[in-house]
Ligand binder design. Structure first.
Ligand code: FAD
Length: 350
């Protein structure tokens, strides 16, 4: 049985784990490491500090499929709909551009439930707070080092984190990249933004009619959502939660500042836009240094194979585009690259 390490418990990593399991069944032992304390990556759902408030999607908000992707990725949508992970987005989203034949979905339990669904289907062993710092080729295996100390060996490794974080890895990766691959990775760029979640008490009235709104008259704030309303209904007895995303120019302007210093600027602008807001119980601020891909790997190949044997493959939204369907495309492409190598690796008779 091949031991495969997937680095990153975001959407691409969870899909890679699930697709590998379905393709290779008991020929693979799949292990997922993520440096964060929870699964989800940029599809993260943040728990409220108080149990009386609703959780908050700090990153991705909903899933929008074009008609073409809705058809080509039909099996993924059908699976998530039948599992109750996705439901049609019904709340009004002011400023959402209408698209021909496309579909919009929300996640009643938060965006991280999509990632958790695929992780659970994969049967992978998930280890959180496992920050990979280096990869070394040891004959037919990879030795993978963690920040906390210690290392483990695997027969294949899949890297699904944002490209700048892939390029930070120490060890043999840098030496194995061809000049062309290095150039392709170097052009990848991401937008940056801050996200704020405001958690309110159960009796709070926010005084807005929409579930979410794209803001066009602010240089600081681009998007605001009443997270519980966006998801169809709040949990009984829990207060509403407001999620705010800043604009990309604002994110870039304040990128190197601490989020604690930037939070008051966002709150000040929020009170200009929504002066009637009551006092929240608590506030969380998050800096998305790597938010959405602005320049993808040229020609969007879906994945990049750095070494065939032992396999080392990169995937993620940077190899396609930044949304659900981009991650599905990337995971399908990673699977195609790995499957043949891993089948070849399995002992005969399997
Ligand atoms: P990630 O989610 O970034 O996963 C990579 C994982 O790798 C992370 O969990 C990280 O902790 C981990 N990691 C990084 N370095 C290491 C390391 N050295 N060791 C171990 N683990 C590591 N998409 C939509 O479809 N709809 C939306 O509405 C939408 N809105 C968005 C709004 C925002 C603010 C953001 C930030 C993104 C949004 N997106 C949206 C894009 C979508 O979230 C991403 O395209 C998708 O989540 C990317 O998934 P991924 O698995 O490729 O990468």
């Amino acid at each position: 049985m091949s031991r495969v390490l997937i680095v990153g418990a975001g959407l691409t990593g969870s899909l890679c784990a699930c697709l590998l399991r379905r393709a290779l069944q008991n020929q693979v032992h799949i292990v997922v490491w993520d440096k964060a304390r929870g699964a989800g990556g940029r599809m993260s759902t943040s728990r409220p500090p108080e149990p009386s408030s609703h959780s908050a999607d700090l990153g991705a908000q909903y899933i929008s499929a074009t008609a073409a992707y809705h058809q080509s990725h039909h099996s993924f949508y059908a699976e998530l709909l039948s599992a109750g992970v996705l439901r049609p987005l019904e709340c009004p989203v002011e400023g959402l551009r209408p698209r021909d034949g496309g579909k919009d979905y929300m996640t009643p339990l938060g965006m991280s439930s999509v990632v958790k669904h695929f992780l659970s289907e994969s049967g992978a062993d998930l280890f959180l707070e496992h920050h990979v710092t280096a990869l070394y080729r040891r004959g037919a295996s990879w030795e993978v080092e963690r920040q906390a100390g210690g290392s483990e060996t695997f027969d294949a490794v899949v890297l699904t984190m944002p490209v700048p974080q892939i390029l930070q890895l120490q060890g043999d990766l840098g030496k194995l990249l061809s000049v062309e691959q290095r150039q392709q990775l170097d052009v990848v760029s991401y937008s940056s933004r801050f996200a704020l979640a405001l958690f309110f008490p159960p009796d709070a009235e926010l005084g807005v009619s929409w579930g979410a709104r794209y803001v066009s008259d602010s240089s600081c704030i681009r998007y605001i959502a009443v997270d519980d309303r966006k998801r169809g209904a709040g949990a009984p007895g829990r207060g509403p939660t407001l999620v705010v995303h800043t604009s990309v120019p604002f994110g870039l302007q304040h990128l190197e500042r601490d989020k604690e210093a930037v939070q008051p600027l966002i709150l000040q602008e929020l009170s200009r836009l929504l002066p009637q807001l009551p006092q929240p119980l608590s506030i969380k601020c998050h800096k998305w240094r790597y938010s959405q891909v602005q320049t993808a790997v040229p020609d969007c190949p879906g994945h990049m194979t750095i070494l065939d044997q032992p396999p080392l493959v990169c995937g993620g939204d940077a190899f396609c585009h930044s949304n659900f369907d981009g991650c599905v495309e990337s995971a399908l492409s990673v699977l195609a690259a790995l499957e043949a190598e891993l089948r070849g690796h399995a002992p005969s008779g399997q």
